[in-house]
Design a protein around this ligand. Structure first.
Ligand code: ADP
Length: 448
């Protein structure tokens, strides 16, 4: 096992990893920008090292600075968290070349899954159902017209390098196709420096359901069921739950097994998430994330496992601490993302937190790096915490979430908390009857 791990991240996810290290008796190294000198992850780690000025490009995204921090502190492994360099195959390659262990899959697997066309082709070949669409990239308008006519409108033009919902345009009819094709390419070129696009069937009212998989690094793999992350605004998830309200036990076992077998066949090592759109009972693959997800705690709650501990074990060559048969799903868990944003327009709203009071009691977990007096810096993501509840069933989890939302206090900055208090009162949320468009439609109907 490693003696020392460097955590190449900040905020709640850095704390999350530091906590796992502490429980495993591993020393942790925090890295931070000058803007984060007072951050909680810096206080909680065994050691901390400054890696640059506030802009992420010069600190949390600086490969040389992070490698130097590893060498100076003698850390043997790097945990990337999510975001920043976590899915950057070039970074992982550099880490591997320096003889440092990357806590995650190989650079080769990250590279394949980071290219959405390659990812889709790989999954299809492994027997995973995919959204109907073009065979590979679509080079020009003529090809786009042919493909769209064959699969039927509406279609979605998507960037192979896409992420964060960028480089994605819907064409509802042949008249829209040219503009969708051109704007998706232009957006992709500007955002990712790669304007290759592909086309797939646009599903009208799907749910976003993702399967947590884990490769053991020895050729085996397991699945840990699904998370329903359909409640999204601008393709950003804000509320996630496990199990999914529309997934029953046989369906979970079936799609879970397909996913576990697929990653086992490519000898994938570590945590991964296979994302699907689910409509009319059918799962269609959209992408794979080769890292820990923001919403991993709902899976941890229902399966009673520490996914970060398992990531570290697999990276150290020790395999998983459980088998598929050991994994039993218990109860229901829900996570809500607390962003420092002002409603109704979700405008980022950094500033000084006056009071932070965390809710508590049975089945309540808070993952947050906030503390009273902390100044949220303006340079980074606005996620400042996650509230996760676990109950015997969905009804109890909802009641517990409502109770915890009544206890939590964040004074001094605006957050998205008031939204969840209203959201929970909606009959569709109570019933679990929502698709990926429901949240935006509800937000548009709300009095401002
Ligand atoms: P990104 O990497 O940019 O997040 P994804 O492929 O994961 O892109 O898609 C993000 C979101 O876009 C999905 O969760 C879903 O809401 C929507 N989406 C993607 N593909 C389709 C599709 N074929 N039909 C309808 N909606 C889609």
């Amino acid at each position: 096992m490693f003696a020392k791990i460097l955590v190449a991240n900040r905020g709640e996810i850095a704390l999350r990893v530091i906590r796992a290290c502490r429980e495993m008796g591993i020393r942790s190294v925090a890295v931070h920008s000058t803007a984060d000198a007072d951050a909680m992850h810096v206080r909680m780690a065994d050691e901390a090292i400054c890696i640059g000025p506030p802009p992420a490009a010069d600190s949390y995204l600086s490969v040389p600075n992070i490698i130097s921090a590893c060498e100076i502190t003698g850390a043997e492994a790097i945990h990337p968290g999510y975001g920043f360099l976590s899915e950057n195959a070039n970074f992982v390659q550099v880490v591997e070349d320096h003889g440092i262990t990357f806590i995650g899959p190989s650079s080769a697997h990250i590279r394949v899954m980071g290219d959405k066309i390659q990812a889709k082709e790989t999954m299809k070949a492994l027997g995973v159902p995919v959204v109907p669409g073009s065979e590979g990239g679509v080079p020009d308008m003529e090809a786009a017209r042919r493909v769209a006519a064959a699969i039927g409108y509406p279609v979605l033009v998507k960037a192979t390098a896409g992420g964060g919902g960028r480089g994605m345009k819907v064409a509802r009819s042949p008249d829209d196709l040219e503009i969708a094709f051109r704007t998706a390419r232009a957006e992709a070129r500007a955002a990712f420096g790669n304007d290759e696009v592909y086309i797939e069937k646009y599903l009208g009212r799907p749910r976003h359901i993702e399967i947590q998989v884990f490769g053991d690094g020895r050729g085996g793999a397991v699945h840990l069921g699904e998370r329903d992350c359909s409640l999204q605004r601008r393709h950003q998830k804000i509320f996630e739950e496990a199990p999914g309200p529309v997934v029953d036990t046989p369906t979970r076992a079936r799609i879970g097994q397909v996913c576990a077998e697929a990653v086992a066949r490519i000898a994938y090592a570590g945590a991964g998430t296979i994302e699907f759109l689910h409509e009319d009972g059918a799962f269609s693959f959209i992408e794979m994330n080769t890292r820990l997800q923001v919403e991993h705690p709902v899976t941890e709650a229902v399966f009673g496992v520490d996914l970060v501990r398992e990531q570290i074990r697999v990276a150290a060559g020790l395999g998983l601490s459980f088998t598929q048969d050991d994994l039993q799903l218990h109860g229901h868990a829900i996570e809500v993302r607390i962003n420092a944003e002002r409603l109704p327009d979700f405008v980022p709203c950094p500033g000084r937190v006056k009071v932070f009071h965390a809710p508590g009691g049975l089945g309540v977990r808070i993952d947050s790096a906030l503390y009273g007096g902390y100044a949220i810096p303006p340079y980074y993501d606005s996620l400042v915490g996650k509230l996760i509840v676990h109950g015997r069933d969905r009804t109890e989890a909802l009641a517990r979430l409502n109770r915890a939302l009544g206890e939590i206090i964040i004074d001094g900055v605006d957050t998205t908390l008031p939204l969840f208090r209203d959201l929970l009162a909606q009959p569709e949320i109570q019933a679990g009857a929502y698709d990926i468009h429901w949240l935006e439609q509800w937000l548009a109907r709300r009095p401002r």
